[in-house]
Design a protein around this ligand. Structure first.
Ligand code: NAP
Length: 276
């Protein structure tokens, strides 16, 4: 069994990013990302810290925008529009989910697609469905695709089952895999007999948010398992896949931690520099 570790994938993305940001700086262009956090949610704060570390490694400046958790829709809109108009900011990342009073659907409409480096806007999401490569792919599905590319996993005609149909992971990932000629099945909480659907897959991708749900009863011998999940059980980070239960069945598997998650954050740096 081969463990698909994310660190080497991430290192390769970051080394290219550092080179590119160095070249831009030599021309007097300073790449800068704005991180917009509403409130003090601990997972947002942890994600923010990891992004700052990655940006530091790649010589990308960070503008932290921390807003009160009770901020009104109108004031939030003003903050985003100010960042859209700020020429020193090249990319904007809004931590989600947002508090209820801020309507995510509406915000998708006014974040500038040119700075929307995590594919939050309707325009960028639409471009994915149009197979337009002039897009900022959302960082989590992109992390999965970068691992597939790095380890030279053949997708041509392969049966890929994605468990999870969220806008952040499952839906865009299904389009990205289809563009690489995979045959894609997207499952969700209403899918009937999920284990037997997954058992037909050459590649199973879990993006569910249920710790260790995918066990050996879902996995065909020799298949590839990619685990996007980040969950905490007994204080320990675990994926959506029961790693110990499936490891002897599959041919390749991404660990949690150390798999997809570590690549996701590097993809932000990649996206920020992509159109510069
Ligand atoms: P989400 O929005 O909650 O979506 C979860 C999806 O899983 C939904 O489509 C849901 O189905 C489906 N689901 C839930 N329970 C199920 C069940 N028992 N059987 C089959 N399908 C089920 O979650 P998300 O934002 O996509 O995140 C998914 C996981 O990825 C989480 O663990 C999250 O922490 C992790 N994540 C990781 C990264 C990273 O960087 N590695 C980034 C983002 C998210 P319905 O649509 O029918 O409700």
């Amino acid at each position: 069994m081969i463990e698909l570790r994310g660190k080497c994938v991430s290192d390769s993305i970051l080394s290219d990013a550092k080179k590119k940001s160095g070249e831009l700086r030599k021309k007097g262009i300073i790449p800068k990302i704005a991180l917009v956090r509403v409130g003090e949610d601990s997972s947002d704060v942890a994600y923010e810290k990891s992004i700052i570390k990655i940006m530091d490694k790649t010589d990308i400046d960070v503008k932290q925008v921390v807003l009160d958790k009770n901020i009104s829709k109108e004031d939030f809109k003003k903050e985003i529009i100010a960042l859209n108009d700020d020429d020193s900011v090249n990319g904007i990342l809004v931590f989600r989910p947002l508090p209820k009073q801020l309507d995510e659907k509406e915000i998708r409409r006014y974040i500038s697609p040119k700075k929307d480096i995590d594919c939050f806007s309707e325009i960028n999401m639409g471009r994915i469905f149009l197979s337009d490569e002039e897009v900022f792919y959302p960082c989590t599905p992109m992390g999965v695709m970068k691992i597939i590319e790095y380890y030279d996993i053949d997708l041509e005609g392969k049966n890929v089952v994605i468990v999870g149909r969220s806008l952040v992971v499952g839906k865009p990932l299904s389009m990205m895999l289809m563009d690489k000629n995979a045959t894609v099945t997207v499952c969700h909480s209403r899918t009937k007999d999920l284990p037997s659907v997954c058992k037909k897959a050459d590649i199973v991708i879990a993006a569910i948010g249920r710790g260790k749900m995918i066990d050996s009863s879902y996995i065909k011998k020799g298949s590839i398992v990619m685990d996007v999940g980040i969950n905490f059980m007994d204080g320990k980070m675990v994926g959506d896949v029961d790693y110990d239960d499936v490891k002897d069945l599959c041919s390749m598997i991404t660990p949690v931690p150390g798999g997809v998650g570590i690549v996701t954050t590097s993809c932000l740096a990649y996206n920020l520099l992509k159109m510069m």
